[in-house]
Design a protein around this ligand. Sequence first.
Ligand SMILES: [Zn+2]
Ligand SMILES: [Zn+2]
Length: 446
Amino acid sequence: MSARKLVHAAAPEATVLIREAHVLEPRTGIDEARDVLIRGGEIAELGPPGTLDAPDGAEVVEAAGRHLFPAFVDPHVHLRTPGQEHKEDLETGTRAAAAGGFGAVLAMPNTDPVVDSAPILRSLRDAAHLHARVPVGFVAAITRGLRGDELTEMAELREEGAVGFTDDGKPVVSAGMLRKALQYQRLCGGVLALHEEDPSLSGPGAMHEGEISALLGVAGIPSVSESTMIARDAQLAGYEDGRIHIQHLSAAASVEAVALAKERGVRISAEASPHHLCLTHEAVRTLDTRMKMNPPLRTEEDRQALIEGLRSGVIDCVATDHAPHARDEKEVPFEQAPMGTTGLETSFAALHTELVLPGVLPLDLVVRRLGDGAALFDLPTPRIAPGEPANVTLVDLDAEWVVGDGGYESRSANCCFDGRTLRGRVLLTVAAGAVAFRARQFEVVG
Ligand SMILES: [Zn+2]
Ligand SMILES: [Zn+2]
């Protein structure tokens, strides 16, 4: 019903035989070698390894030893269009998504102008029809100009295809304003995605408030800035029977707040980012501006709580919060640098290297949580099953690579994993039935 809300550029329907890949489809439990035939943009057939024949004109991908996953879905990216195309645009952002194994992404509205009216949303969707390499959904603003004092025309934005609403980059500071948004949501649908931060607590903070910020003399953002707002908004959502999604959880107290709300039956979901799952404020000791993001990297205890939340399902999905910035914008003193890290191209490899290989989380759980964001926004979840639209990603789990070597598909290079050696590389992504990415060194025969 709502697939119409995602848009992408027209591309030829793929006809590809992927031979002898190890198919891992966590939702149906397939975890073994299979031939997978994609024909006319659909998954046509799955067969035992070496049994399927390539139809005329098909590409054949010899994939023995490689893993085939359902394509990932990222419910939180910044594509910087319109207005900040020097950081990213629809083409480069969705190319980065495809390179990371994503078959769909949801773009945030904190652009210039803000996506707060139907004409702006319509023109963006028209542009995505021309330039997006993977399907993109647009999340519209909750308040006009993200100013927090006047609601957008939510019903009209829904009609125009908004998959949900958010003031991301900023919290909805006024409880009364969020209450009103929840009341409108009852009429027009669409999840409210919330960036949780109490500005009276976060103030001018540039990193996590703790022993390292004290040592460095940098103003801190306490974890209660996030967790107290989550507690407030969960109560409001419960009171109005609204549906909220908490963006980029960073703190143990926040995981507790979400868990409590879920226990009480509040319609709430939550996401965590690869950087918060893999890194801590220790990484900020050198004042590397690539480690500056909002919410900030926090303590090891917080990181462990996020991992546990992802395992238990209190945290529903992974979202990258891909936030590109130009080099000269980040090459300034730490306190002046803008918040944000790119993440689309490194998300799977970072989680695989830091959490799966050391035995912290199982591979199938990570693959599942990289796709579970779709259903939270009432979008179809990619599945490897006959008759489904082809949304798959082929990964070499053994491939080691140095992040940033050979550049990025994104227009920006502000990646917190830059320079790290990661294991696991996306070789091929098929999104909405078309080949959206093919690694340069990856040869296709036939
Ligand atoms: Zn945010
Ligand atoms: Zn964001």
